[in-house]
Design a protein around this ligand. Structure first.
Ligand SMILES: O=C(CO)COP(=O)(O)O
Length: 249
């Protein structure tokens, strides 16, 4: 049975007091599904958020990290630094990192290696742009993003990998992939994994969908057989909306 996961990516939103206010609202929510719940505050608030959510079933995760252990990388944060404050999961490869910070598949492969070497779990994001889909190239693009960043790994490593398909054209746009489009791509992702690592690995990896998931559409998307949860942006900034999505399984 694959894990169902709903993770809130708060992106560059919420200062410390806003983060604390959102956490207080989250603690007032009730979970009625079996989904694992995670939230990813901005780096400056990870330590406090982790303390504030200690003893709850909400895991605090990071939005990004550097591949090096330490050194002359001004402004960056390493896996061991995250681990040292109790952060055990990191989002890597988000399309905003790829677009605005020029993160390539090659760089992301190094980040994935560093996270896994530090016993961290990775939520690895990828997805096609609108032009790719219009040209009918979405599977090629997604297949290559997965292969280039992950296919050097041993099968064993996939115990600590969660995949997140986020079509770029659906992020923050209000436009969602239809449940059928999401299912088709998730099935393709699982086949891509199966071709390389076999069915057991392919069937054990959780594949999340991200891109304008809201309370109104979450249930239909999550009901698809190959969709194991969601990576939620905008709607995760409101505790009621986020838990309506968490409980949409
Ligand atoms: O990028 C996302 C999550 O990582 C999705 O963002 P939205 O839910 O705001 O479209």
């Amino acid at each position: 049975m694959r894990k169902q996961i709903v993770a809130g990516n708060w992106k560059m939103n919420n200062d410390l007091s806003q983060t604390e206010a959102l956490i207080t609202s989250l603690k007032g929510q009730t979970k009625t599904s079996n989904a694992e719940v995670m939230v990813a505050p901005t780096a400056t608030n990870l330590w406090q958020a982790n303390k504030s959510l200690m003893g709850t079933d909400i895991e605090v995760i990071a939005q990004n990290m550097h591949f090096a252990e330490s050194g002359a990388y001004t402004g960056e944060i390493s896996a061991s630094m995250l681990k040292s404050i109790g952060i055990n999961t990191v989002i890597l490869g988000h399309s905003e990192r790829r677009e605005y910070f020029n993160e390539t598949d090659e760089l992301l492969a190094k980040k994935v290696d560093a996270a896994l070497a530090n016993d961290m779990r990775v939520i690895f994001c990828f997805g096609e742009e609108l032009a790719d889909r219009k040209a009918g190239n979405e599977e090629t693009v997604v297949g290559n993003q997965i292969k280039n960043a992950l296919f050097h790994l041993e099968a064993e490593a996939f115990k600590n990998i969660v995949l997140a398909y986020e079509p770029v054209w659906a992020i923050g746009t209000g436009e969602t992939a239809s449940p059928e489009q999401a299912q088709d791509m998730h099935a393709f992702i699982r086949k891509t994994l199966a071709d390389k690592y076999g069915d057991a690995v392919a069937n054990s990896v959780s594949v999340l969908y991200g891109g304008s998931v809201k309370p109104a559409n979450a249930n239909e998307i999550f009901s698809k057989p190959d969709v194991d949860g969601g990576l939620i942006g905008g709607a995760s900034l409101n505790a009621e909306d986020f838990y309506a999505i968490v409980n949409a399984f």
